[in-house]
Design a protein around this ligand. Structure first.
Ligand code: NAP
Length: 515
């Protein structure tokens, strides 16, 4: 892929929604928005406890350190205002006359509002006509008609926000954005729609919303200003920016965007890495098939289905039966490989080394017990076998344990059998299930008593870094290797495949040291 950020800052604005009870609180938040790096503020008049229109709006405009957008959203469009329409229109008209840079009027009220102001709109003030759909994202044709109606209503700037029930809903909205002849704000609300808010500079949107603090959103799915600027390198995103992301369900806990976006920034790679909450992997790859969507990490529970979506699969990944790294080739073909096994096995080997130089892998000849038979389980089992270990698989679904054991020439156990399984000492244990992952941090797959038979215990989970399993293994005298080590190891490999550049190993370690 190309390296180099190209042009400087993109023209898409970051707009901070300002919601507070009083004018003074609003003004304080406006200054905070400027300090954080917002370009414009949306003054949500409907959130104020009481409004004395002339003095309040005058002060809000006078004291605001940034350009303004005034919104007075009624309850019937998802806002807080429940008064009469004439008073609402009067306040918005006053905001225009007093120097607001933008005002927002809902499409449903636009005709009435236009009659109300009789065409008297100051040149400086841009009219945003908006439409919100809190249930779903309409078809491409319906969205096209919606944009035409918004334009016909007299909009200087078109705005619509829909709701994502599937991540592929975002594609239709990005298509409308990129082809729009007029300035446009187009958002898809909800966790499945977050990509629309982050990638909009690539597709030429007028603005995106960034909140002052996490959770203080004016619509579902809004990122913070800090996340936009520091985590996603929002200012550097342009038409040529390649999109990368982690596909999973759930996925918001993944640290991958932190790692890759920092590395992209430091190496000058024109890419952005986002969370992708995907329900249907096949539909996702069919929808986002352009080379703009360049590289994907894949996590729970999609690694096996993702393999079936690939046109080409690395032979090791094929044996494992799971991919965790996918790349869209310039010819449109999807290539998949598995970097989990390299990350996990190399970190366990390092954990076993005692400083003395050794020929061959320290895993050779060891009894290696894998808990789990999903994507990570297969990767560990395959990797251990490659290194000459004798492999045992224990899994909740015994059939899957048996199938994997057959594949690697090993033995299968039920989870219940694990506590009494100790044919020898000095074994290796690798948990690859989500037992013990946040929020269920008090869960563990094996009794503390049984841990004393293991020389080393590894846990693929990396949230939390020290799981109950690892804590008890330490107490039982075993060496431990955390999922963070595996995560860093598999990420090195993916970064090199994504960019063709050597991974910034120290940077990855520094970032992950915080967890
Ligand atoms: P996966 O393919 O969905 O497999 C999940 C495995 O966990 C299956 O064996 C499943 O058993 C078992 N499992 C799930 N919930 C369970 C429960 N409540 N009780 C008992 N067993 C349960 O997922 P994956 O991709 O392999 O990921 C598994 C874990 O590894 C996750 O915690 C993930 O975060 C972690 N991981 C970490 C890294 C890293 O870099 N550190 C990389 C990859 C994965 P059944 O077969 O019975 O359903």
């Amino acid at each position: 892929m190309e390296v180099g950020l190209g042009m400087g800052k993109n023209p898409t604005l970051i707009c901070a929604p300002i919601m507070a009870d009083t004018v003074n609180q609003m003004v304080e938040l406006m200054h905070k928005a400027k300090f954080k790096g917002a370009d414009i503020v949306e003054v949500r008049l409907d959130h104020m406890k009481s409004l004395d229109p002339r003095p309040d709006i005058e002060m809000l405009i006078r004291e605001c350190p940034l350009p303004t957008l005034f919104t007075y959203r009624p309850i019937w469009e998802g806002g807080e205002y429940n008064g009469d329409e004439i008073s609402r229109f009067d306040a918005l008209q006053l905001a225009m006359e007093l120097g607001a840079d933008h005002i927002d009027i809902e499409l449903k009220a636009a005709h009435e509002f236009m009659n109300h102001i009789r065409g008297n709109k100051p040149e400086k003030c841009k009219l945003i006509v908006s439409s919100h759909n809190y249930e779903y994202t309409p078809s491409a044709e319906e969205l096209g008609n919606l944009v035409a109606r918004i334009q016909a209503a007299g909009a200087d700037i078109v705005k619509f926000a829909t709701t994502a029930n599937d991540i592929t809903d975002v594609a239709r909205v990005l298509q409308i954005t990129v082809h729009s002849q007029v300035p446009i704000i187009a958002m898809v609300m909800g966790e499945r729609g977050i990509m629309s808010r982050l990638l909009c500079p690539k597709f030429g949107a007028y603005l995106t919303f960034g909140t002052l603090e996490e959770g203080k959103v004016s619509a579902p799915g809004q990122p913070t200003i800090d996340e936009l600027i520091s985590l996603y390198n929002f200012r550097s995103i342009n038409t040529d920016t390649k999109v990368f992301g982690i596909i999973g369900k759930p996925v918001s806990h993944s640290k991958s965007p932190k790692l890759y976006n920092r590395a992209f920034k430091e190496a000058g790679v024109n890419g952005v890495f986002v969370h992708l909450l995907v329900d249907d992997v096949k539909k996702f790859f069919e929808t986002y098939s352009s080379p703009d969507f360049f590289g994907f990490s894949c996590t729970i529970p999609h690694k096996e289905v993702a393999l079936a979506c690939c046109d080409e699969v690395d032979p090791v990944a094929k044996s494992i039966g799971a991919v965790n790294c996918l790349i869209r080739r310039p010819n449109g073909k999807l290539f998949g490989c598995n970097t989990d096994y390299i990350g996990a096995i190399s970190s366990i080997e390092i954990g076993l080394q005692d400083g003395a130089s050794q020929i061959g892998s320290p895993l050779a000849g060891k009894l290696f017990v894998v808990i789990g038979a999903g994507g990570a389980g297969k990767a560990l089992a395959y990797g251990a076998k490659e290194k000459g270990a004798r492999v045992v698989i224990a899994n909740r679904s015994y059939d899957r344990a048996r199938d994997l054991a057959e594949l690697v020439g090993g033995q299968a156990l039920t989870l219940a059998e694990l506590n009494s399984f100790h044919p020898e000492t000095g074994m290796i244990l690798a948990n690859t299930t989500s037992i013990g992952m946040q929020p269920n941090v008090e869960e563990t797959p094996i009794s503390k008593e049984a841990l004393r038979y293991y020389e080393l215990v590894f846990d693929a989970i990396y949230t939390p870094k020290i799981t109950r399993l690892l804590r008890e293994a330490q107490e039982a005298g075993s060496k431990i290797v955390t999922g963070v080590e595996m995560f860093i190891g598999q990420a090195y490999e993916q970064y090199e495949r994504f960019t063709g550049l050597p991974a910034p190993k120290q940077l990855f370690r520094d970032i992950m040291a915080d967890y």
